[in-house]
Each structure stands twice: as C-alpha cells, then as structure tokens.
Ligand binder design. Structure first.
Ligand code: BG6
Length: 487
C-alpha cells in the first residue's frame, strides 16, 4: 500500500472518535496501514498536536475493539497532527497545504492525499471546492475524497451535490461510504455464491420464492430529532442501506470480479426495479410511526413525545415495501424490505425462502414441512443458517425441520469502518456506492417520497417494542408469505 496523508475534516466529532480512530488503530495493529502514514486532523477548535493526540488515545481506550501495548499505541499516535480550520476560510486551506507539504518533506512521503469528510453533508461542496482552489488537490500523487451519506435529500439535491463534487474530484476519486457495505457478512454474500456452486445454482426464481431483508433497530430518534424528523426511515435507511443490501443479494455474479464488474451488475439490479407510481405507492409500501411501548423491559415514549419532535409530526420511523425486479432471474420473486426504529430487537438479516419442492403426491406430512430457508445474519451477530426437513426419529418418522448453523466469532470480526478505510486506502472502490447506484436509488424512491409528502397513504402506528404495524404483515400475507423469525 502506498504511503499517504490522511486528512480528516471533523476530527473532533463523534464519528471520528467512535469509528474512524479505532478503525485506523485496528488496521495499524494488523499491519494494514502503509509503512509511512500521516494523519492531519481538522476542526474549528484551537488544539495543540499534543492535546489532539491525547484525545485520540482516549478514544482508542474507550472505543477500540482491541487494545495494544503502550509503545505500539504511542507509535500510532505519533502520526497524528492537528490544524484549526474554518471550512469557509480560504486562508486555512493554504495553511493546511503548507503543513502537509512540510510533513511530506520531513517524512519523505509522496504527495498522496486522502480527504475524509466526517462533517455534515451541507459542507461537502464547499470543502471540495476549497481543496481544489487551494492547490491541496493538485499535487503529483493521487487524491481521494471519502464522504458518507446522506448524499442528498432527494434526486435533485443528490444531483446538485454530485455536480459540485465532480468539479473537484472524478468519479474514480470519490469513495462514498455506505457503512452497510463494510459489514463483513455483506462483503461475503458474493464470495459465498462464487465459491459454493450449490448456492449459486439455486439463485433464480425457479427455486426462490421470496427474499426478506430486515434491519430492525431498538433505538428511537435519540438526540437526532433535527435531522431525523426531516428524513424519516425512507431516507435514513431505505434509499441507501436497504437498497444496497438488495443489490448485493440480487446481483448476477460478474464474469470477472473487478470493482467495475461488480458495480455494473449492482447498477443493473436497481435499473431492473419495477418503478412505483405515486398514486399506487400504498399498494406496496407501508409507513409507520412508533407510539409508546416497552423495549427490553423499559417503557419508552411515542415518537411525537420525543424531545424536539412536533406532536403533529407525520414522519415515518418504519417502512416496509414489496419490490419486484424486471430481470429474467428474479421474475415474480418479491423482495420484501423493512426497517424501523423502536422495534422489538436489533437485527439485520436477509432470509432467502425457497419454493416448495416439486410437488409429487400430496402427502399427510405436507403440513409438517417447512420451506428451505437460507438466512444471512448480518448484525449484531454474524452467521449463516440453512433450514432443512428431515425425519424425526422420536415421532414415528414424521418430518421435522432442522437448522444447520454457522456463527462467526464477533470478537474477531473487523468493524465496517476498518474494511472500508482499508479499501479506500488501497483505492479499491468495490464496496463503495457508485454515483449511478445512488442516482438510480433516489430515482426509484422518489414516488415514495412524494406520496409520503402528500399523505397519499396512511401512517400506521405501532407500539414501541413490536415488529411494526400489522399492515407490514398484511403486505406479505396477500402473497401467501410471512416475515420469518418474528416471535
Ligand atoms: C445510520 C442511520 O446510517 O445507520 C441510523 O443514520 C441508524 O439512524 C444506523 O441507526 C444503523 O446502523 P447499524 O450499523 O447500527 O445497523
């Protein structure tokens, strides 16, 4: 891996402390950082290098999944420096350029620069323009821009943002983080199919009945009312994380697994999504909002009683949808997607339900038979299970479903940010969202946004601690399906 200067905007923020520093540190422990490595943290506050380093050390103690001895920690921390930067002040960018060039000279670093924007999306365009204007981005080495969702608020604003960024960075230089793409099991979905013909052979509508993608959360709106009440579950989770999971599951394996090959196939999945008509959104989408209830034994208030949420808010804290793909392999296979806050348990999983075996003579045991289910547990636990039917020796040879289970050791799993930062440092864009995917996702979601905005479909309430509104069950029941594992 080539030596690099990692330039972090938002270095005193929460994401940096909780995720970015621990991720870099774990990569360092695994010797996955380049041999020469420099980090410049940027923030609005005046801080000395020493205080900044002490803050980074503190965040490692608090949030890193692994610790190391003091000498190793010191070696890691010594790569960190800090500059004050006001995002609008052009002079600050010039000072930053001086500092970076000086460090590159002192440490014999080539001028490769990775700009990581851990700041609100409203600052992306200004920062990118200033990087360009100040000359920070015009050194002889490579430059990369790492940003994190939200990429826009709707199709038009996403296009505007992309237009501004592309004045300063090419598509190949932009790494859009969707942290769900960094989750180890998500990264394994294609690997499992590629290397297990027994799975890939079944990856068609001939054998698959339906696919269920669930991302349930127990948390509520927390301290993010100002943000969340304007985005809702549809923008916060569905347009990005959930559609990315769909792409990763439904993708046709590319002939060569180059990043371009993978992204081209992902794009084909979103392109194949059957568009919804605004007036008919209510037929395949359920929107919900939590009311008061109990989560893991603790009473919690309704969404509209949360601090800083208007009592009349119609924001969606839950969305379930039935999607269809107009693609040969997936014809007539519904993809059910749901995500929401204040649900019974924290789980992200994908269930692939297989069709009934080719029917022979109806048998008395048909009722005992369960469909084959292939389950990918994504988080908080990582695992795979397969449900099969076998004979139950204790009940006169009746059929009995069994599960073949694999559970990964969660301590050994890298965090999503470790995987993603490592890939970005290497310049591998496979697990980053390409602009085409982002644009097509917004385009597909647009009628839902409009239908919500114009209240063309009801807002169903569900008690906190449940699996969402009953209408989400009905969405599947109308096709003879039900959500698995809601118990
Ligand atoms: C974020 C959303 O992108 O993902 C949050 O903004 C959500 O609202 C979070 O809680 C969920 O991530 P994870 O990794 O905990 O499933």
């Amino acid at each position: 891996m080539e030596p690099v200067t990692f330039v972090l905007f938002g270095a005193t923020g929460d994401l940096a402390k909780r995720k970015i520093y621990p991720a870099l540190f774990n990569l360092f422990i695994d010797k996955k950082l380049p041999p020469s490595f420099s980090v410049i943290g940027l923030g609005r506050r005046e801080l000395s290098d020493e205080t900044f380093q002490a803050n980074v050390a503190q965040s490692l103690t608090q949030f890193s999944r692994r610790q190391a001895d003091e000498a190793a920690k010191q070696e890691f921390i010594s790569a960190f420096g800090y500059n004050i930067l006001n995002i609008d002040r052009k002079d600050d960018y010039l000072k930053l350029l001086d500092r970076i060039e000086q460090r590159e000279k002192d440490q014999l670093l080539p001028p490769n620069r990775m700009f990581y924007l851990s700041v609100g999306p409203e600052f992306f365009a200004t920062i990118a323009a200033n990087i360009e204007e100040s000359g920070l981005g015009s050194a002889k080495g490579w430059k990369r821009l790492v940003i994190e969702k939200p990429f826009g608020h709707d199709l038009q604003s996403a296009r505007d943002l992309n237009e501004s960024l592309s004045q300063a960075f090419t598509e190949q230089e932009i790494f859009r983080i969707d942290h769900y793409l960094g989750k180890p099991m998500v990264q394994k979905l294609s690997v499992l199919r590629q290397n297990n013909p027994v799975l890939d052979a079944l990856w068609t509508s001939r054998y698959i009945s339906n696919v269920q993608i669930t991302a349930n959360e127990t948390v509520g709106v927390e301290e993010r009312a100002g943000y969340y009440d304007h985005v809702g579950a549809v923008r916060d989770m569905f347009q990005n994380h959930m559609l990315q999971l769909l792409m990763m599951l439904a993708i046709q394996l590319p002939k060569n697994s180059t990043p371009e090959g993978v992204r081209e196939q992902k794009k084909r999945v979103v392109e194949a999504l059957v568009p919804l008509k605004k007036q008919e959104v209510g037929l395949s989408v359920v929107r919900g909002q939590y009311t008061e209830g109990t989560i893991q034994g603790k009473p919690v208030v309704s969404y509209t009683s949360e601090p800083n949420i208007a009592p009349t808010s119609m924001n969606d804290t839950f969305i379930a949808a039935k999607l269809q793909l107009d693609a040969a392999f997936w014809r007539e296979v519904p993809f059910y997607i749901r995500t929401g806050k204040r649900l019974k348990e924290k789980t992200t999983r994908i269930v692939v339900e297989f069709k009934e075996p080719l029917k022979q003579q109806p048998s008395a045991q048909d009722d005992l038979k369960q469909p084959n289910l292939l389950v990918f547990e994504i988080s908080p636990n990582e695992g795979i299970s397969l449900q099969l039917n076998t004979r139950d020796p204790q009940h006169k040879g009746e059929l009995k479903p069994i599960q073949i289970d694999f559970h990964a050791n969660s301590q050994e799993q890298p965090e999503a940010y470790e995987n993603l930062i490592f890939d970005a440092l290497q310049g591998d864009p496979t697990f980053f969202a390409h602009w085409d995917e982002v644009e097509l996702s917004w385009q597909w979601v647009e009628p839902i946004l409009q239908a919500f905005q114009e209240n063309l479909l009801p807002l169903h309430h569900y008690p906190a601690g449940s699996y969402g509104p009953a209408e989400s069950d009905e969405l599947l029941a109308s096709s003879g399906h039900h959500w698995w594992f809601d118990v």
